[in-house]
Design a protein around this ligand. Structure first.
Ligand code: NAD
Length: 490
């Protein structure tokens, strides 16, 4: 990142007082766990940023693919060199425990080789030869300038999952990080630029929703690669309704079900449930929100899950012993979760484990479990935090119907059951990821990642990100013109 492109002030870049004095009002991010300021900087200029990207992308697209691949590999090396700083920044800015921030950095690095393999496989050049008609070639071209708009919960891995495939394919990228995680965004962008990918080809654009809106609407942007909430995804989709020429890839949230059927492995089942519902303080798109349990398993499963959730340490990222989960992102999010819990309670929900906010001014929220079986109209919304609803059912058809009782469709998992029951579950449940005896979280990088319904728009990322980063061009090719008109001539 060169300073002129984004005159922000990163963490560790000088005394805070100097930075405050020199920067006009802009964006500030804070540590959720302490309230301490992490980053302060200027809001980017959409017009300027798009102009730079448009000037740069042709040159980048003209580089041999091998050069672009080499440069993203260098990016992975830059991330390795900066791994500790990047992980620390992620942990500070999101509040997630350090062990989890380290895993996110590993995912960023791993994404590079996966994306290189995926590009080669998904967009491989093909040539079909025919003696009479010459050859038919299928090759791919980049779209141009891609806007990557990302959320706060994995502020390095999620944007990176769009950026790397987009760059490999030959697009210029404008990366708008979450307004809650600009420091992480800035460090990530610097790693790209230090690797030799210019700050015009891969630009950081700091700002909030208004900057995101302006970017989406800009004529100089050829595609929007978005990860975030369904509400924002819908707003972007609406904005682009009259722009079929722009790529629009939407990865949104979920109201993910975890169905527990017959299993003797109660302790393992509880561990899978707790991982699925409470990792990252429930701030994962893939987190389990609804635990659908067979009647006869209810007492054992819910009892064991509660006992395990009672043992969860939630605390600040650098605490010793390490916490299982940190705070949620800010007080507004924590307030919203507390209100949602009260709403569920006052509409027929029965608390299994109450939601507690142990700190008046910081957004720590305890893991909470509530039985909502008796609720008539369970709100089909994504409660983005550590709240797990339990629903009791009597047979597998009812469980599947309950799992599908949502407008979302990101992940569904079945724990227990026979192979035949899993087959039935797999065939009838509606989701982009369907697992058996695996948590809902942590999808594989080697697979497509995306959902149906309000969870996405059928443009899966993960291994299939290559598909939306380049378009196929079919070319009939013969070295010399050769043609006769064999019919209909006088
Ligand atoms: P968000 O939708 O509030 O914000 C995401 C990004 O969109 C931010 O950068 C924001 O500034 C920008 N934005 C907001 N309004 C915009 C608009 N009108 N036009 C353009 N840009 C706009 O999401 P969040 O709260 O940061 O993140 C949490 C959400 O992300 C959850 O819903 C979660 O499920 C989802 N998520 C989805 C995936 C996935 O892969 N499906 C992964 C992680 C998170």
């Amino acid at each position: 990142m060169d300073a002129a492109a984004n005159p922000s002030t990163a963490i560790d870049s000088g005394p805070l007082s100097d930075r405050l004095a020199s920067s006009p009002p802009g964006l500030v991010s804070y540590e959720p766990a302490t309230g301490v300021e992490v980053w302060r900087g200027r809001i980017g200029d959409v017009e300027e940023t798009v102009k730079r990207a448009r000037r740069a992308w042709g040159g980048w697209a003209a580089q041999p693919l091998s050069t672009r691949m080499e440069l993203v590999r260098r990016f992975a090396n830059e991330v390795r060199k900066d791994a500790e700083k990047l992980a620390t920044t992620i942990a500070r800015e999101t509040g997630k425990p350090m062990w989890e921030a380290n895993a996110e950095v590993e995912a960023v690095i791993a994404k590079v080789e996966t994306s290189i393999r995926a590009y080669a496989e998904r967009t491989a050049q093909r040539k079909l030869d025919s003696a009479i008609q010459g050859s038919l070639a299928v090759r791919h071209k980049p779209h141009g300038v891609m806007a990557v708009i990302s959320p706060y919960n994995m502020p390095a891995h999620l944007p990176n999952a769009h950026i790397v495939p987009a760059l490999i394919a030959g697009n210029a990228v404008i990366f708008k990080p979450s307004e809650r995680a600009p420091a992480t965004g800035e460090l990530l962008a610097r790693c790209f630029n230090r690797a030799g990918i210019s700050s015009a080809v891969m630009q950081l654009l700091v700002g909030g929703p208004d900057i995101g809106q302006a970017l989406v609407a800009h004529d100089g942007v050829d595609g929007v690669l978005f990860t975030g909430s369904a509400n924002t995804g819908i707003a972007i989709n609406r904005k682009l309704a009259t722009r079929p020429d722009k790529v629009c890839a939407l990865e949104m949230g979920g109201n993910n079900p975890l169905v527990v059927w017959d299993t003797p492995k109660i302790t393992d089942a509880a561990a899978l449930i707790v991982q699925s519902a409470f990792a990252s303080a429930g701030q994962r798109c893939t987190a389990a929100r609804r635990l659908i349990v067979k009647d006869s398993m209810y007492d054992a499963i819910v009892g064991e899950t509660k006992a395990l959730a009672d043992r969860i340490i939630f605390g600040a990222p650098f605490d010793e012993p390490a916490p299982f989960m940190g705070p949620v992102i800010d007080n507004a999010a924590a307030d919203g979760l507390a209100e949602s819990f009260v709403y569920l309670m006052s509409h027929g929900g029965k608390a299994v484990k109450h939601l507690v906010r142990p700190h008046d001014t910081l957004p720590f929220v305890s893991p909470a479990i509530i039985d909502t079986t008796a609720m008539k109209d369970r709100p089909d919304v994504e409660l983005f935090g550590p709240i797990l609803q339990v629903i009791r059912v009597s047979d597998l058809d009812e469980a599947i119907a309950e799992a599908n009782n949502t407008r979302f469709g990101l992940v569904s998992s079945l724990i227990g059951g026979s192979p035949q029951e899993y087959n039935r579950f797999w065939a009838n449940v509606r989701a982009g990821i369907v697992n058996w005896n695996r948590p809902t979280i942590s999808p594989s990088h080697a697979a497509p990642m995306g959902g149906i319904g309000l969870s996405g728009n059928h443009r899966p990322t993960g291994y299939y990100a290559a598909d939306y980063c380049a378009y196929p061009v079919a070319s009939g090719e013969v070295e010399q013109p050769r043609a006769v008109i064999g019919v209909g001539l006088k």
